[in-house]
Design a protein around this ligand. Structure first.
Ligand code: SF4
Ligand code: SF4
Length: 316
C-alpha cells in the first residue's frame, strides 16, 4: 500500500526536520563516471572506504532489495552560540551530541509513526554506501553547491542528511531542484588550501576538514602553514556561501554546545588530558579524531619553535 507523501512530510516537520523530500529509488549509472573519475585521481585521500561497495552506491536495490522510494531528510545543526573567532575553530557540526544517534532516533520515530514495518525499510545516517547528497538533491531538498554541500533554498547548508530507503511507494514524488549558484565562486576563492580545485571537484588530500578529522597521519607542513586557526574541521567554504546568510539556529537540544566546549582555549587545549578530553567531548562527533588526532592538530596549529642553538665554545 502507498504511503501518503503529505503525512510523511507532516511527521518530518513535527520531529523537527527542516526539510523532507521523496525520490523514486532507481539505479544511478550517470553518477558512476563522476565517482570513478574522482577516485581515479586519488582524491578520496585516506578514505579508501569510499572506493568500496561501488555497486551499492549506484543502485539502491543492492542495499534494499525491492526498494521503491528514498525519503531524504535534513536536520539543522547551525549553532545559536558559536565559539569566539579568536579561539581555535571547531566545525559547527561537531558542537553537540553525535548526530548519527540523534538523527537515527528521529528517523526510527518517524517510520514507526507511519506504521512502517521494520522489514520494509532501512534507515541511513552516514551509515551505508549511499550517495546521500545526490538523493537529497533528487528528492528536491536543495541543490549541490560548487562547494559540494547540499544547499537548501533560503536556509543554507548547515544540515545533516539522513534517508529512509523503503520498499513502499508514495503517492507523490518530488522533483530535483536546479542549481542557484549561478556565477558565484566565493567558496572556490575562499578555500585556504586549494582543495576545491573546480566547481564540485574536491581534493580531500588538501581539505582541512579531512586532514583534521578523518586523516590518520600527520598534516603535511605545506598545508599546516595554511591551517589558520582550524583545530577540528574547517567550514570556510560554507561560511562564505551567500546562502548561509539565511542560516537559522537549530532547535535540536542535543546539538547545543556545552559552555566548556564553547570556551575551550588554546591554553586549555595545551594542558588537556585524555580524561578531560573524554569528559568534554563525551558523545560528540569530535571523538572521531580521537585524543591523539586532536593533539596532532594542535601541534600543527601551534608548532613548537625550534630550540635556540646552544652557544658554541669559542674556537681556540
Ligand atoms: S572544508 Fe575548507 S579546506 Fe575543505 S574544501 Fe572547504 S574551504 Fe577548502
Ligand atoms: S559560495 Fe557561491 S558557488 Fe559556492 S556553493 Fe555557495 S552559492 Fe555556490
Amino acid at each position: 500500500m502507498q504511503l501518503a507523501t503529505s503525512q510523511i512530510k507532516e511527521q518530518a516537520r513535527r520531529l523537527g526536520f527542516e526539510a523532507c523530500g521523496i525520490a523514486p529509488a532507481a539505479a544511478i549509472p550517470g553518477e558512476a563516471a563522476r565517482l570513478d573519475a574522482w577516485l581515479a585521481k586519488g582524491y578520496e585521500a585516506g578514505m579508501s572506504y569510499l572506493a568500496n561497495h561501488r555497486a551499492l552506491r549506484l543502485d539502491p536495490a543492492e542495499l534494499v532489495p525491492g526498494a521503491r522510494s528514498i525519503i531524504s531528510f535534513a536536520l539543522n545543526y547551525f549553532p545559536a552560540q558559536r565559539r569566539d573567532p579568536s579561539l581555535p575553530h571547531i566545525a559547527y557540526y561537531a558542537y553537540g551530541r553525535d548526530y548519527h544517534k540523534v538523527m537515527k532516533r528521529k528517523l526510527r520515530q518517524l517510520w514507526e509513526s507511519l506504521g512502517g514495518r521494520e522489514e520494509e525499510a532501512r534507515l541511513f545516517v552516514d551509515s551505508a554506501p549511499v550517495l546521500e547528497r545526490y538523493w537529497a538533491w533528487r528528492a528536491g531538498l536543495g541543490w549541490i553547491g560548487k562547494n559540494n554541500c547540499l544547499i537548501l533554498p533560503g536556509r543554507g547548508s548547515f544540515f545533516f542528511l539522513g534517508e529512509i530507503m523503503t520498499t513502499r511507494e508514495v503517492d507523490a514524488y518530488d522533483e530535483p531542484m536546479p542549481s542557484r549558484c549561478g556565477t558565484c565562486d566565493r567558496c572556490l576563492r575562499a578555500c585556504p588550501s586549494g582543495a576545491l580545485e573546480a566547481p564540485h571537484l574536491l581534493n580531500a588530500n588538501r581539505c582541512f576538514s579531512y586532514l583534521t578529522i578523518e586523516n590518520k597521519g600527520e598534516i603535511p607542513d605545506e598545508l599546516a602553514r595554511k591551517l589558520g586557526n582550524r583545530l577540528y574541521g574547517c567550514d570556510t567554504c560554507q561560511t562564505v556561501c551567500p546562502h548561509n546568510r539565511f542560516a537559522r539556529p537549530t532547535h535540536v537540544e542535543e546539538f547545543r554546545p556545552s559552555e566548556e566546549l564553547l570556551h575551550l582555549s588554546k591554553a586549555d587545549l595545551e594542558k588537556l588530558t585524555e580524561e578531560e578530553y573524554d569528559r568534554i567531548f563525551q558523545g560528540s562527533a569530535v571523538r572521531r579524531a580521537k585524543y591523539e588526532g586532536l593533539m596532532r592538530n594542535l601541534r600543527a596549529l601551534y608548532p613548537t619553535p625550534p630550540a635556540e642553538d646552544k652557544p658554541q665554545p669559542p674556537r681556540s
